[in-house]
Unconditional design. Structure first.
Length: 278
């Protein structure tokens, strides 16, 4: 349900950051444009850019929030490119964590769920494996106590709350909306989506069941990747987080967004709960 290379090598997480990119396009022309990331992993990123590129080209990518820069190799397109918007898989030629300021779990570190969290003492961002009990604590108390490598002690961690404004749009690193991933419109600024990957069970009204992992969550809805076909407006029943041994109530939701996600048979779906989960 993910790009195979990323799934084997390291977890990826939805994380929208504005970038400036310099390189050579498919026509051999030098360029410098702005774009944004859609997902990140320890080894690379999914980049949205208004340029047609060639596989193998080297790009200089600058994080516009931190001004940190790194070189990336273009792996190839992830969706059929549009005239002013294309999405590319890129591999970092150095330390990807340095430019993004996000620490990913080491190989073999895994849990029932995963979330992008921020240390409330030093503001370190890290993708942390979580048990479902920790997810419940995080959702109810708002904070977890976990070790911080910067603070060298256990500190409180919670979902990031960073945001910045550019060209009259409000961006949030962990936000995905129905219209454009990473951009919050005026109606949804109070409900940012948190980059949390949780197990979920989906049932349609014909009784068909699918087990998925969310890509992000909010009280209003969530995103998930599937190779099944869901239709805009389709009703589903959702149990999240799903645990076979722990009965949880199903919530009704509707599919409100659909788009390609790094594979011919895969789509990224957005679902909205029929009532907010508080």
């Amino acid at each position: 349900m993910r790009m195979d290379n990323e799934r084997r090598r390291s977890p990826r997480i939805m994380f929208s950051i504005p970038v400036s990119v310099r390189g050579t396009d498919r026509e051999g022309q030098r360029f410098e444009v702005t774009g944004r990331t859609i997902t990140l992993s320890r080894h690379g990123a999914r980049l949205q850019l208004p340029r047609l590129l060639r596989a193998g080209e080297t790009l200089l990518v600058v994080n516009q929030l931190s001004q940190m820069a790194a070189e990336f190799r273009v792996v190839g397109p992830l969706v059929p490119p549009l005239p002013r918007r294309a999405e590319w898989g890129i591999d970092c030629l150095g330390n990807n964590e340095t430019i993004w300021g996000v620490r990913f779990p080491h190989e073999g570190q895994d849990g029932e769920a995963r979330a992008l969290l921020e240390c409330r003492r030093c503001n370190l961002l890290a993708v942390q494996p979580l048990t479902l009990v920790e997810v419940e604590v995080l959702e109810t108390a708002g904070l977890l106590s976990n070790p911080c490598s910067n603070c060298t002690m256990a500190t409180p961690w919670g979902y990031p709350e960073r945001a910045f404004e550019e060209d009259s749009k409000i961006f949030q690193a962990v936000a995905i909306t129905e219209s454009e991933p990473g951009v919050l419109d005026a109606e949804r600024r109070n409900a940012p989506r948190q980059a949390a990957q949780l197990p979920a069970r989906l049932r349609n009204y014909y009784g068909e069941t699918e087990f998925v992992q969310t890509e992000n969550n909010s009280p209003e809805g969530f995103c998930f990747v599937s190779d099944r076909e869901y239709l805009i407006g389709q009703g589903i029943l959702v149990t999240c987080p799903y645990e076979a041994a722990v009965p949880r109530a199903e919530l009704s939701a509707h599919i409100v967004r659909e788009g390609p996600m790094g594979g011919a048979a895969q789509c990224l779906y957005g679902a909205r709960f029929d009532r907010s989960v508080r």
